[in-house]
Structure formats: C-alpha cells, structure tokens
Design a protein around this ligand. Sequence first.
Ligand SMILES: Cc1cc2nc3c(=O)[nH]c(=O)nc-3n(C[C@H](O)[C@H](O)[C@H](O)COP(=O)(O)OP(=O)(O)OC[C@H]3O[C@@H](n4cnc5c(N)ncnc54)[C@H](O)[C@@H]3O)c2cc1C
Length: 246
Amino acid sequence: MPVFQELPLLGTERINRAYLRISVMAPELAEKCRPGMFFELKAGLPSQTRRLFKPISVFEASEGKISFLIKVVGPGTRALAELKPGEPLLLLGPLGNSFHLVKGQNALLVSGGIGYPPLAWLKRVLEPHNRVILVHGGSCAEDLFPCDRGYTLDGSSGDRGLVTQDIMDIIKTENIDIVYSCGPLPMLKALQACVGDLPHYASLEAYMACGLGACHGCAVPVGEGWQRVCKDGPVFAASLIRWEEL
Ligand SMILES: Cc1cc2nc3c(=O)[nH]c(=O)nc-3n(C[C@H](O)[C@H](O)[C@H](O)COP(=O)(O)OP(=O)(O)OC[C@H]3O[C@@H](n4cnc5c(N)ncnc54)[C@H](O)[C@@H]3O)c2cc1C
C-alpha cells in the first residue's frame, strides 16, 4: 500500500516557458517504479494545504532518483513549478499499473502533449530489446520533445498537423507489431481507429481525485463494466475500452 511521503525537492530544471522537470531522491520508491506508473504530487506550500494532489507520470526512475516532466496548466502544477530545491514535495505512489513490456518487436509509441513523459521512459526501457519509434505531437514548438517524428498543430516545429495523421502509413512501412500510447482522449480514440487488430496499450488521462481507487471518480467503460484509471489503469488494452462511450 503506497504511503504519503514528504521529501525535499532535489532540483528543478526549466525546459521552456510551459514545462519543467523536477526530481526527488527516493531510492526505495524509485525501485518500485515502472513506465506508465504515476504519483499523486502536491507542493508542500501553505497555499496548497486545501488543494487536491495532482497525478503526474514518472518521467524517469534510476539510480534512486525519480523525475517528473510537468506542464504548468493551473494552480497545482504552478505551485509545483514554484517549489525550490530543498522545499517539501508531498508524494503518494508509485500508483497504477505499467506498460506491458515485450521483446523482439517493432514498437510504435504515440504521445500527445503531456502524454510524452511515460512514453519517453518506456522508449528507453524497450530499446535494448526492440526496434522503437516514438511519434509525438503537441500544439506548438514548446510542446515538442526529442522523438523520431514530431507534429505541431501550428506547424511551428516538426510536421504541421495531428500526431495521428500518418499512423496508418507508419504502421505499414515500419512493419509495426505493437502500439503504445498516452495523450488526450480524442487522440487515443483516433489512434485506436487506425491500429486495427494490432495490440495497443493506451494510458488514459482521466480527471482523478483520490488516486487510490476509493472515490471511483476516474472510472472508464472497459469490457463489460467500468474500471478505475487510477487503480486498474492508467494503462489499458485499447481493444477492451468502449471508446464510443467516452
Ligand atoms: C495518470 C495521469 C498522469 C499524468 N501525467 C502527467 C505528467 O507526467 N505531466 C503533466 O504535466 N501532467 C500530467 N497529467 C495531467 C495533470 O495531472 C494535470 O495537468 C494536473 O492535474 C492539472 O492540475 P492543475 O491544478 O495545475 O490545473 P487544473 O486547474 O486542475 O486544470 C487546468 C486545466 O487542465 C485540464 N486538466 C486537468 N487535469 C486534466 C486531466 N487529467 N486530463 C485532461 N485535462 C486535464 C483542466 O480541464 C483545465 O483546463 C497526468 C494526468 C493523469 C491522469
């Protein structure tokens, strides 16, 4: 059972106007992290006392250090960005399941916006045993991160358009065996429509409150019933999701 921890922030690195990378030293927690898992995070600042924790994916866990790549979009992520090294970061995790790992496959990883962090780590984990292509898309240049093919809606970097627009071609020309994804719901839906019968593991970005499966606020239609993104996911076999109900 994950427990709440309060750890001093190790460091903050501004990537650009919207994104930053923060890290903590937590060897015991880092050992348990796998690509796809996330933490509920909150800045240990007086302004945040009455605010909810925010789900943030593990961007990397190695040598005892856990890193998160965060886009500042509102009060919770803004407070995380304001935290200075040495100030307290409150964490609950690692939470959720992780991506199914394979060997000897041609893997296509597709991320959109803040779906990038778990797939960037997954790429590094899969690469020694597979051929891996990471395709990433965002609104503008500041949403683009290192990848094999990048797309922006405004055309300011990479190809202009949606990250899903060339997927059918890529699947065919690269002889793709398996697809992994993380990003906004419309992107995941469009992607599932392109992948056909290929195995596809999608990590869902649902709104969530407790992060522990207690409140059922993040339930999504899967199989014959409903499953909680925080506890049963965030990674699901995409073929089991009832996309038409989302
Ligand atoms: C499993 C999971 C992993 C995530 N990993 C990351 C990560 O690695 N890095 C990162 O920057 N963000 C990640 N997020 C999204 C992050 O949790 C939200 O951006 C954050 O909670 C926003 O909090 P806030 O208080 O700053 O803004 P809020 O005021 O809560 O929201 C600001 C804006 O963001 C939108 N928003 C908030 N939460 C979500 C959500 N879950 N899905 C879609 N839109 C949302 C709101 O509609 C609003 O428009 C993840 C979400 C989930 C569910």
